[in-house]
Design a protein around this ligand. Structure first.
Ligand SMILES: *Cc1c(COP(=O)(O)O)cnc(C)c1O
Length: 380
C-alpha cells in the first residue's frame, strides 16, 4: 500500500505534470511574472466556472476577506457576525480593520453558522455577516440571504473550503458557492480543493460598484495610475500561480467528485460504528465538496483515537481544537460560555481523516479497518 497522507500533492502533480510544466514554462519564457496573460485568462475562466460577473484575483484567502471588508466603507466599531468554529483568518481580518467581531455558535449537524443565533446577535451596529462554508458544505444561504435582506446587512461568503459546491434554493435555483452573497472569497492554498503551488486567493461579486472598488483596493487604492483615492493594499495572484490554476480549474469538478466518492466510502464503512457520527449532507448532494471528511467521536475517546492513529502513522487533523471565543487574541468579556455549547462540544469531538482526490481504495479500507477495530477493542 502507498504511504497514506493527509493530502497527496506529489501524486496529483504526477497526473498533470506535462500541462502544468508547459504553462509555467510559458510564463518564464514570456517574462510576464506579474499581471501576465495567465492572470486575466484565469480570471475569466473562473468567472465562467462560477457564473459570476467579477472575479478579482489576489494574494491569498486572508487578503481576500480583508479586502472584501475594506470595500464596504465600514467604520471602526461596526459589528461583523461570523462563526465561532472556523479558521482564525475569518475573525483576524475583522479585528485588524478595527471592526468588532461578533462570534456565534454553529449548527450541530453541519458545523456551519447557526442562523437563529445570527438573528439574536444582530444589533444596530451590525453591518455584515460572514458565513464560512466549513469543510466544504455550503451554509444555509437561503436563510442567511433573507436575514441579510431584512436587516440590511452585507453578506460575505468565506468560500476557502467550499469552492465548486452548488447551493440549491427552495425555488430550485442553483448557484455556485461564493457567488450567492454580496461578495465571496476563496483561497488557493496548495491543500485547498483548488490549490496552486504557493499562495493565492480571489474575490467574487456580481456587484459592478463593489468590483470596481475592490480592483482599486488590491492595487494600492489606485483607480488611475499614481492617483491613490483610498488606502489600499498590494495583493496580487502572480502569473505562475495563475498558470497552475488554469490547468487545474478544468479538473476541479473531477477532484471534488473523487472527494465525494471517498466520503461515501468512508461513511459506508462506519455505518455500524455507534461511536462515530459521519458527515451529514444537507440539501442537494452537490452542496458539499468535502474539503475535510470530519467525524464526531461521541464516546469521549477522540483524543485516544488520535493517539492510536498517530501510533499507526495514519495522518489526521483536529479542525479546530479551540473555538475562536477561547483564543487569547479574541477573548471578549461579552462572550458567555453558555452561548457556545456546540462549538465547545465540536472542538472536543471532531477528527478529520485523510481526504484528497488521490486517495486509493485500499488506503481508505486500511484506515477504516483500524478505526473500527479501535472501537471494537473498547467494547471488549
Ligand atoms: C484557508 C482558509 C482561509 C485563509 O486562506 P489563506 O490563503 O491561507 O490566507 C480563510 N478561511 C478559511 C475558512 C480557510 O480554510
Amino acid at each position: 500500500m502507498k504511504k497514506i497522507q493527509m493530502v497527496d500533492l506529489q501524486t496529483q502533480y504526477e497526473f498533470i505534470k506535462d500541462n502544468v510544466d508547459n504553462s509555467v514554462l510559458e510564463v518564464m519564457k514570456n517574462g510576464t511574472f506579474i499581471n501576465g496573460p495567465s492572470v486575466s485568462e484565469f480570471q475569466s475562466n473562473l468567472e465562467s466556472y462560477l457564473n459570476v460577473k467579477h472575479v478579482i484575483p489576489c494574494a491569498n484567502g486572508t487578503d481576500a476577506l480583508q479586502i472584501a471588508l475594506m470595500s464596504l466603507e465600514l467604520k471602526p466599531g461596526d459589528e461583523i457576525i461570523t462563526s465561532d468554529f472556523t479558521f482564525a483568518a475569518t475573525v483576524e481580518v475583522i479585528a485588524l480593520l478595527r471592526l468588532t467581531p461578533v462570534l456565534v455558535d454553529v449548527d450541530l449537524d453541519t458545523f456551519n453558522i447557526d442562523c437563529n443565533k445570527v438573528v439574536q446577535a444582530i444589533t444596530s451596529k451590525t453591518k455584515a455577516i460572514i458565513p464560512v462554508h466549513l469543510f466544504g458544505q455550503v451554509a444555509n444561504m437561503e436563510k442567511l440571504m433573507s436575514i441579510a435582506k431584512t436587516h440590511n446587512l452585507f453578506l460575505i461568503e468565506d468560500n476557502a473550503q467550499g469552492i465548486g459546491s452548488t447551493y440549491e434554493f427552495s425555488n430550485n435555483t442553483k448557484v455556485k458557492s461564493g457567488a450567492i452573497g454580496d461578495i465571496g472569497t476563496t483561497s488557493f492554498f496548495p491543500s485547498k480543493n483548488l490549490g496552486c503551488f504557493g499562495d493565492g486567493g480571489a474575490i467574487f461579486t456580481n456587484n459592478d460598484d463593489l468590483a470596481h472598488t475592490i480592483r482599486g483596493i488590491v492595487n494600492h487604492g489606485m483607480y488611475k495610475r499614481y492617483h491613490h483615492d483610498v488606502v489600499g493594499v498590494n495583493s496580487r495572484l502572480d502569473s505562475i500561480q495563475a498558470a497552475v490554476l488554469n490547468t487545474k480549474l478544468p479538473l476541479l469538478d473531477f477532484y471534488n467528485e473523487r472527494r465525494k466518492q471517498t466520503s461515501l466510502f468512508y461513511s459506508k464503512r462506519f455505518e455500524s460504528n455507534q461511536y462515530l457520527i459521519t458527515p451529514i449532507v444537507k440539501g442537494n448532494c452537490q452542496s458539499h465538496v468535502f474539503h475535510q471528511y470530519t467525524l464526531r467521536v461521541i464516546n469521549g475517546m477522540r483524543d485516544a483515537l488520535a493517539d492510536y492513529l498517530s501510533a499507526l502513522k495514519i495522518p489526521f487533523g483536529i479542525y479546530y481544537p479551540i473555538p475562536l471565543h477561547r483564543q487569547k487574541a479574541y477573548v471578549d468579556i461579552r462572550n458567555n460560555e453558555s452561548d457556545f455549547k456546540i462549538s465547545n462540544l465540536m472542538s472536543e469531538q471532531v477528527i478529520s481523516l485523510p481526504m484528497h482526490s488521490e486517495l486509493e481504495e485500499n488506503q481508505i479500507d486500511f484506515i477504516c479497518d483500524k478505526i473500527n477495530k479501535f472501537f471494537k477493542d473498547q467494547d471488549n
